[in-house]
Design a protein around this ligand. Structure first.
Ligand SMILES: [Zn+2]
Ligand SMILES: [Zn+2]
Length: 435
């Protein structure tokens, strides 16, 4: 799209950004309109970038007025709720929006954001900070992965935080862990391994531990970066060695706890020296194995304590000794469930005993039934989430009483040594129970 074509679009003046209070009944623009605007914006920027020319503030203001849907979406919608195909459009829109707020004159900014006369400076600042936060979140997504660019906006956010915080207050990363976590991460991802990055990473870890030591994924990612900084700076203290060893052991045991795209983003940085943690794990090949889901891995992720819902790796779970079916995190949790579990526990135990009798009389059948019980009790999507969705329980939980799922399985013992593949579903259907 050319600048001339852009001019031919009809601007909608009723789409100013509301920086703080949303009007009652506010709704995000419809996705099809957002997509249409995003496509035009992306095309426009790409054409400009090819020519090596900068859109400039007037061009940005123009885009904002003419393609209001993508601007509104990028500012209001949550990053995690934005479809992947809109990421680039949101980055372009937010980048333009921040630039207008930073460099535009008062009159032009007033055409885009709702602000009263006296609150102009404060509103402008609040809006640019909140747009900056959003932009950083997009730029740091593994699919976008532009940490150096994120860093320039993070500097603005950190400067503002330092300027506005009370001087007697706590350390910055204890005061605002979410901001300094981002800052430390962006520094590390963009290849900085200096002392300031080390201090920021240590601070961010400390800040997160104060909120909740169970923020395992975030803490592990920071520890991975810290191990790299230690290596680059040749720091060989006991703490540094312990940190690296902990990271390697943890990833070996829980290769699937961190989503693979985030793990890859942290461990493999194009144009940067290889992370020692990755070398120790076995290099790139480790990734393929690590992302291959096994029955045991799924079991660890999906199983929860029947009583309290606790799960690994935060809590260590054990099976009910009677039925080998229910999982618990502690004796008290098991005792609390016993009244409910008693009858099914006895039925399942009886089933196991009956099976034992087959062990010598019919080894083939014994194996098949043993596999079946394990597979059925297992953590497979087919046995849990898929059934939940197939029944439409999220829509209407009463369907659990009116509908049943029937599925037929085939025993495929030689397909793989992994329990996950011992059975395959060759037919499944949802049926309404006639009453
Ligand atoms: Zn429990
Ligand atoms: Zn039991």
């Amino acid at each position: 799209m050319s600048a001339e074509e852009l001019q031919t679009l009809t601007p909608n003046s009723n789409q100013k950004i509301q920086p703080t209070d949303l009007p009652a009944g506010f709704q995000l623009p419809p996705l099809d309109q957002v997509r249409r605007d995003a496509a035009k914006l992306v095309e426009f920027i790409r054409n400009r970038d090819d020519a090596g020319s900068d859109v400039g503030v007037p061009g940005a203001i123009n885009c904002c007025a003419l393609l209001p849907n993508i601007f509104a979406w990028s500012y209001y919608a949550k990053v995690e709720e934005t479809p992947d195909d809109l990421h680039e459009g949101c980055v372009f829109a937010l980048r333009m929006f921040v630039r207008i707020l930073q460099e535009g004159n008062e009159a032009s900014i007033r055409t885009m954001i709702h602000t009263s006369l006296e609150d102009f400076a404060a509103t402008r600042l609040a809006t640019v900070l909140s747009a900056g936060h959003k932009l950083v979140d997009y730029l740091m997504l593994p699919e976008i992965d532009r940490p150096a660019e994120a860093l320039s906006y993070l500097k603005m956010l950190v400067e503002d935080d330092i300027r506005t915080s009370t001087p007697t207050g706590a350390l910055p990363w204890i005061r605002r862990p979410s901001l300094y976590l981002r800052y430390a991460e962006a520094r590390a991802l963009s290849g900085s391994t200096n002392t300031k990055t080390k201090i920021m990473l240590e601070g961010a870890i400390e800040g997160l531990m104060q909120i909740d030591s169970l923020l395992m994924v975030e803490i592990m990612l920071l520890k991975i970066h810290l191990a790299h900084v230690h290596r680059c700076q040749n720091i060989q203290t006991a703490d540094a060695k312990e940190n690296e060893l902990y990271v390697i052991k943890f990833l070996r045991k829980n290769p699937d706890l961190i989503p693979p795209n985030y793990l890859k983003q942290a461990l493999i940085r194009p144009g940067q020296p290889e992370r020692h943690v990755l070398t120790a794990l076995g290099g790139l090949a480790w990734f393929d194995d690590a992302t291959k889901q096994t029955f045991k891995m799924q079991e660890r992720v999906m199983n929860t304590c029947v009583t309290c819902g606790g799960c690994e790796p935060q809590k260590l779970l054990f099976r009910c000794g009677g039925c080998q079916y229910n999982w618990y995190c502690s004796k008290p949790c098991q005792v609390a469930d016993w009244k409910t579990h008693k009858s099914s526990c006895r039925a399942w135990s009886a089933e196991r005993k009956a099976l034992e009798a087959l062990r010598f009389s019919d080894p083939g059948e014994f194996q098949r039934k043993t596999d079946w019980m394990k597979w059925r009790a297992g953590p497979l999507g087919a046995n849990h989430n898929a059934l939940f969705h197939a029944l439409g329980l999220r829509r209407d939980s009463s369907r659990g009483r009116t509908h049943i799922i029937f599925f037929n399985t085939i025993y495929t013992p030689d397909a793989s040594r992994d329990m996950m593949h011992k059975f395959q579903i060759d037919f499944a259907g949802v049926y309404r129970i006639l009453m």
